[in-house]
Write a protein that binds this ligand. Structure first.
Ligand code: ADP
Ligand code: MG
Length: 339
């Protein structure tokens, strides 16, 4: 059985007659990006590339943890007791991240950078480096003390952020989605309202693709255990809609037999071990799809389902049961999209 998800509101404006499909791709944020769009024959590919690169570069220049000159990294290295003017885009992401941190009880935490680095998911050392060893209990406790987002004083009106000392911001679970939104809006602003934008697996579809169909996308599903039939394919019409998936089956490392996904539970300072194989979130804004997918992954199926339901979030949970079988759970908003 397969599942088809279609947004509740449809916009009927079609690409003009004689339009053509276009595609560009490249690399950013340690991953790949791809943009597809539909436009009249001689669509200015070079102009699109420059515009896309411009948006991606802005996000990286402000929010990368991999670039020493990024505003976020400068904040991370700043001495205790200093105030910093946060650029506009970073401020927008910070405000969203702090809100989600608050309502998820710190399951989503934009100040978890010290923990992320400790477990080898930051720039250096990487868990893939030869000889990398998981941190000691003492090191975890030390990093845990530094991951309190509530210790950040944030004055939104003047975009002033206070570094209490040693707090490391990490926007990696939200910045890709935000970048997708920016690229998509930039294309619309250039008179290209029919596009599918992807950064590292997070997607946003606007308008329609060639032939008047919506941008259909199949959700990534984790591989099932031997003996279990594959999960149903979930096909989504990304028509004014975004999707992001967090999963424990990508970027996982094993050490002495334990599995460590790259998502940390900032509440106990350890990589997740709640059996969630993946969480996909559909949302009209990719920033929220991206951030919610991480928040719900950390919360786990029961708490995650309750919070997502309370906030009307469309989410699909795939749980790895103790016997290795995968089971799916949909929030009410997700069921509504499935018709
Ligand atoms: P996924 O696609 O699995 O959601 P993302 O790339 O969106 O993964 O986010 C994972 C990254 O977010 C990690 O590499 C780390 O930098 C950061 N991160 C890890 N745990 C958390 C957390 N609990 N809250 C916020 N950011 C996190
Ligand atoms: Mg994410």
């Amino acid at each position: 059985m397969n599942r088809v998800l279609v947004p509740l509101e449809l916009d009927a404006s079609m690409p003009m007659l004689g339009a053509q499909a276009h595609c560009l791709d490249g690399q950013t944020m340690g991953t790949t990006w791809q943009v597809r769009w539909v436009a009249a024959g001689a669509s200015p590919s070079e102009m699109v590339r420059v515009a896309v690169q411009d948006e991606l570069d802005l996000v990286v220049a402000q929010m990368s943890t991999w670039l020493e000159s990024a505003d976020l990294e400068r904040f991370n290295r700043a001495p205790a007791g200093t105030w910093h003017t946060v650029p506009e885009a970073m401020a927008e992401v910070l405000a969203a991240a702090l809100w989600l941190a608050e309502i998820s009880g710190g399951a989503f935490n934009p100040a978890a950078g010290a923990l992320v680095n400790l477990w080898g998911f930051g720039p250096s050392p990487r868990y893939t480096d030869p000889g990398f060893a998981p941190p000691t209990e003492g090191a975890v406790q030390h990093a845990l003390a530094l991951n309190d987002w509530r210790a950040l004083q944030w004055q939104a009106a003047s975009r002033q952020l206070h570094q209490p000392g040693g707090v490391r911001l990490d926007f990696s679970a939200i910045a890709k989605g935000y970048a997708v939104d920016r690229v998509s809006r930039r294309l619309s602003g250039m008179g290209l309202p029919h596009s599918l934008v992807e950064v590292g697996g997070e997607l946003r579809g606007q308008g329609l693709r060639l032939g008047g169909q919506p941008w259909w996308v199949d959700l990534e599903s984790p591989p099932t255990a031997p003996g279990q039939a594959p999960l149903p394919t979930t096909r989504v019409a990304l028509h004014g809609l975004c999707v992001a998936t967090s999963g424990d089956y990508r970027r996982v490392y094993t050490h002495d037999g334990a599995r460590w996904p790259h998502t940390i539970d900032p509440r106990n300072g350890r990589p997740l071990a709640n059996g969630l194989a993946s969480v996909s979130v559909l949302h009209t804004e990719c920033l929220w799809a991206d951030a919610w997918s991480t928040a719900l992954t950390v919360l786990g199926r029961e708490q995650g389902l309750a919070l997502a339901t309370a906030h009307g979030i469309a989410a699909l949970f795939v749980q790895r049961e103790p016997d290795g079988r995968l089971t799916e759970t949909l929030t009410p908003a997700m069921k509504e999209l499935a018709g």
